[in-house]
Design a protein. Sequence first.
Length: 253
Amino acid sequence: MSDTSLARRDFLARAGAVASGAVLLGAADLGAARPAHAAPSVYTRAQWNARPPASPAQIIAAPDHLVVHHMAFPNSTDYSLAHAFQLSRDCQDLHMDANGWADTGQQLTISRGGHVMEGRNRSLEAIGQGANVMGAQTAGNNGHTLGIENEGTYITALPTAALWNALVQTLAWLCDVYGLDPGAAIVGHRDYNATQCPGDALYAELPRLRDEVAGARGTALTGERPAPFVRTGLPGPSRRGDHGPALAANERP
């Protein structure tokens, strides 16, 4: 493909993202070398009409692991952008009003329609700096992980193709931003805490997910792949939105 064709393709992709209202985060936005994989379109908190947080999130060092979660919400068949925005508002309400947290717990959210959204306040700001924000998504490990909530419950079911593809693209982008090897960096919530999250079915697909993320980046898996954390009798959701331990006693919500 010629340089002119490449430039035109890049322009059209960005124009489409702007027209849809999403923010396209690329290397120019990060002030770094162009990543090997295109960044996803990420809808901001302003776009999904987030509530103000009780307190601003703390920007911290870059994560060394990317945690895959299932949201423990119903497996909706409404794949619209309007539903995705409502999902983000419902999640924030649950985390702030029921859990008593300062804001949405996770850094990023992906709907079953494949829409990627900013979660906790300042998350996109931090990623743009090659950093992270302190979240509330993986108990005892929030200081070094970035969490991605995937709409649905995946104990027996699998994500939609749209969600899966968006997750691959998002993880490829984050691995580029942070210089992480997908084989070592992509983990499930249950790798840290006693929980079903991200569900037996989705957890079993993490090796394929790592492979596809590496393939999307055009790289080979170079790090040591974590062995599956096989445990039985892991606790499932006790209520809507309960994906397991998200905060340790010494971690701020």
